[in-house]
Design a protein around this ligand. Sequence first.
Ligand SMILES: NC(=O)c1ccc[n+]([C@@H]2O[C@H](COP(=O)([O-])OP(=O)(O)OC[C@H]3O[C@@H](n4cnc5c(N)ncnc54)[C@H](O)[C@@H]3O)[C@@H](O)[C@H]2O)c1
Ligand SMILES: O=C(O)C(=O)C[C@@H](O)[C@H](O)[C@H](O)COP(=O)(O)O
Ligand SMILES: [Zn+2]
Length: 358
Amino acid sequence: MKQLTIQSSQRNYPIVMEAGLRFHVKKWLNKKYSSILIITDDQIADKYLQDVAGSLDNEQIYSCIVPSGEASKSIEQYYKLQTKAIGSGLDRKSLIIALGGGVIGDLGGFVAATFMRGIDYIQMPTTILAHDSSVGGKVAINHESGKNLIGCFYPPAAVLYDTETLESLPYREVRSGYAEILKEGLISDNRLSEELLAFSLKQLSSDQLENHLEAGIKVKANIVEEDEKESGVRKYLNLGHTLGHALEATLGYGKITHGEAVANGMLFALHVSEDVKGVELPFNKLYNWMKINEYPIVDIEEERIAKLIKSMKSDKKSVSGHIQMVLLNKVGEPAVENLDDSSVEAYIRTYIERMKKL
Ligand SMILES: NC(=O)c1ccc[n+]([C@@H]2O[C@H](COP(=O)([O-])OP(=O)(O)OC[C@H]3O[C@@H](n4cnc5c(N)ncnc54)[C@H](O)[C@@H]3O)[C@@H](O)[C@H]2O)c1
Ligand SMILES: O=C(O)C(=O)C[C@@H](O)[C@H](O)[C@H](O)COP(=O)(O)O
Ligand SMILES: [Zn+2]
């Protein structure tokens, strides 16, 4: 078992990583809850819902299963969950358990944050990507104009990561999660990113996965403890997300995974960084890594550029309509830059040209 504690303004909470943790959830509840609502999705419910429910001895346990996928981070699903919580008689002493990937964590966390002005919730991540989403208290739903535009900072009571659940993940979700681990490497540490970029995900062992998850969680934990509400260094966790989120929103939520979008966004961020900062970065290495590991490389067509720019301007980092991107001075040294629309447009065009030559 591995454990660390995150300090936040509202509470300190443990992150516990252990195989089989879903059978011992009760042990990690630090108070008696009047009722518990487990929120999960229809891919996870058959596999793990009964294990979690059976590990609790509460008399009032409810569950709600939403369709799997990014489209569920919607106002409609949010409202249905609130209706279920009200209908089940949840009160201020109730607990929500978000059992799933980042979609369930963000959605379930936002329901908990706003139900009766906020009740406790526990993150039980079941994807690799959710090593990132379950830590740090960002909870949200999407708007058609942009990702996570409706949300808040609301730390969980605990993060209980049963690494055994990752065994049932399809390869596409392994790949998706690794984009965020690579991001954590690129913003903090040359050694981790070098190791990952030389690595084929098809040969991943469970020991390597645990080490990478631990390394990623430590990067995330240090950053969110230093800057919980993203006024400074937390923005670095957005490397690859300015274009990544715009791709997700403009292609349609769920067309590509979040990690696939972030990988494409990081490639673009390295392209821009090389020019803005006058440095050489592992652009080709990242491109090759994405190819080897079968990340879709999004073709940006001319007619999509204007939509992408519009979407990038509605990103939460934007101030007064200026696009902000996280760039790299070098690997391990991120920096936030304001860019005007015309330069972003020009960079998209030079990026398209560069990609054609690869
Ligand atoms: N709050 C944050 O700080 C933060 C950080 C990163 C990403 N996110 C958000 O997280 C979301 C992406 O999360 P995700 O990649 O986990 O997606 P996801 O929750 O959609 O899960 C991916 C897919 O895997 C399935 N799945 C989940 N666990 C499984 C398991 N153990 N076995 C088999 N299938 C399983 C799901 O049903 C889904 O189809 C995005 O909405 C992104 O914006 C939030
Ligand atoms: O925790 C953060 O801060 C991050 O930026 C982590 C990202 O991986 C994650 O996708 C997050 O949801 C993006 O936040 P947003 O504020 O840009 O929506
Ligand atoms: Zn992300």
